[in-house]
Design a protein. Sequence first.
Length: 222
Amino acid sequence: MAKAKAKGKKDSAGGVQSHIRARIDYLYNAATFLQSIGKPSPQQPSVSQQNDQIDEAEDGAKLQGTERIVPQVVGSDVSSANEPTKPLNPSTTQRLPQLSRVYMSQMRGVSLKSQLRLPIDVKRSFCKRCDTFLIPGVTCTQDIRNASRGRKKPWADVIVVCCSTCGTEKRFPQTDKRSKKLSERRREAPKEEQKDEVMAAFGTGNDIHRYDGGEGEEASMQ
């Protein structure tokens, strides 16, 4: 029993929940990948442009129907390299951000049920209301605000991230001097009390010596 308990304590520090951490990392990477694919690409041609290109190719083939066509033999490696990549279906790309939100929601659920804290950069990378992966300029907007009069207090700068999907705003203070955690303050409290007690003891000792010195001087004068 003692060995089993010791083993459990050893694994609880790193080995028992390693598969849960791996699952969280996998869901996060999958969500970010799907969101990056689902965002609109300026170089991707629309459906109408693709249809026009197909019609032009068919018209050109009809005009050259009387000419003899000689097939060109090309190696498999060269042909695969020259073939253009097929664009994704627009309906599929529209569903990818929704799937990304589903994966992000599952990642949050796993972290909450297993009581594993997410890193700060991971927590700030998605919206807590709709689980959208936040990409500046694509799925969210960032703005630095300062509520002080005339922006005279630089330590009052706050980054406001607004989600483009649900409109939720998140505020992150940009202060270098942060308040200490409660555990650190509790650790420092006994040390400060000991310092005060030592200083008080030294102060009373000096008063006693001074008082004794005064009595000695009076005795010598007598």
